[in-house]
Write a protein that binds this ligand. Structure first.
Ligand code: ADP
Ligand code: TRP
Length: 324
């Protein structure tokens, strides 16, 4: 069974990315033929228009992959653009894709709703994502909730292609982590780069503590009992806590008589401790760029071999070949 997922190198990954998606990559890896993880730099080009930033962030994301515990012996790690077969496959899929399907996709719809103009890259973004997935005969795609729609599109396109040209693509399934749900940001909205409310996995500990101390809370009197499940701070704390710590905190909320400052300090402490090994590994791999490059080169070689096989199958099934 092949597992595949991608992250856009659009900035420093935050807790939402980590708990909503990235952490699962690590638990799902095991065998490098089965687990494929890549850096979606072509997708990032729809938003990042600065060459130094894009290339630096692509490298930083590779360092992050290694730091969170993705092991090149247990998974294939590569950069999207190193597999040109994927962009070729995108064209084949585009010819099977009704406009209406893409008009319903959220990234494009949200941009239009904000009164911004979208380019064809953003409009066809889900088709590139479908090609990313179908090019490797992927079975399972771990993603956050907001990517489920793109998985539906992928399945639709695969089915349409298979209907016209015969069995070609495997229909993949999304794997959404139910427990994490939506991680809230420092303002209580969904944590997101676009909302400027993030807490990052790799972040200066002191700066992070400051941000945590500024998290918005309600102004009910200290002595009032509170429902933990509707409280931002508690929801964040829960991400890191053991069952026992979680229960203790929950009881404290229900009893009341505590200050949010106390919870914030505890959150800063537990997060610092939790991410310490990841921060350490990040520094180690960052100081060894040639190792990182070698990992990506080897990953690209493996990924390309698989994508070439699938592209060949797709091309000959739809007639992009000379008769034998
Ligand atoms: P952002 O909203 O910060 O731009 P992305 O859209 O790049 O984040 O998300 C990358 C991955 O992380 C996606 O699979 C997404 O579902 C997951 N993710 C992002 N934010 C959150 C969140 N607040 N809670 C849970 N998962 C999230
Ligand atoms: N669109 C995904 C995101 O923004 C990133 C991505 C690109 C991806 N191609 C993919 C995720 C293929 C899973 C599979 O998070």
């Amino acid at each position: 069974m092949r597992i595949l997922s991608g992250i856009q190198p659009t900035g420093n990954p935050h807790w939402g990315n980590y708990f909503g998606a990235n952490r699962q990559y690590v638990t799902l890896q095991g065998n490098k033929d089965d687990a494929f993880y890549f850096i979606a730099n072509l997708h990032a080009l729809t938003t990042v228009r600065d060459k130094e930033r894009l290339s630096q962030q692509t490298f930083d994301m590779a360092v992050y992959f290694l730091a969170i515990g993705l092991d090149p012996e247990k998974s294939t790690l590569f950069v999207q653009s190193d597999v040109p077969e994927v962009t070729e496959l995108t064209w084949l899929l585009l010819t099977c894709c009704p406009m209406g399907l893409l008009e319903r996709c959220h990234a494009y719809k949200e941009k239009l709703a904000k009164g911004l103009t979208a380019d064809a890259g953003l409009f066809t973004y889900p088709v590139l994502m479908a090609a990313d997935i179908l090019a490797y005969d992927s079975d399972l795609v771990p993603v956050g909730e907001d990517q489920q729609q793109h998985l539906e599109v992928t399945r639709d396109l695969a089915q349409t292609f298979n209907y016209h040209f015969g069995e070609t693509f495997i229909l993949p399934k999304a794997y959404v982590v139910p427990a994490a749900g939506k991680v809230p940001g420092t303002d209580g909205e969904k944590m997101s780069k676009s909302y400027n409310n993030t807490l990052e996995v790799i972040e200066d500990v002191k700066a992070q503590k400051k941000k945590i101390m500024r998290i918005e809370t309600d102004c009910r009197p200290m002595e009032d009992p509170k429902d933990p499940e509707t409280d931002n701070l508690y929801l964040l704390y829960k991400l890191f806590a053991s069952d026992e710590q979680r229960q203790e905190m929950e009881e404290m909320y229900r009893r009341g008589g505590f200050g949010y400052g106390q919870v914030k300090k505890e959150l800063a402490r537990i997060a610092e401790e939790y991410f310490a090994p990841i921060r350490e590994r990040y520094a180690k791999f960052q100081a060894d760029p040639s190792f990182v490059r070698d990992v990506l080169a080897e990953g690209a070689r493996r990924a390309r071999a698989k994508a070439a096989e699938v592209l060949d199958r797709a091309q000959s099934n739809c007639g992009i070949c000379i008769p034998k």
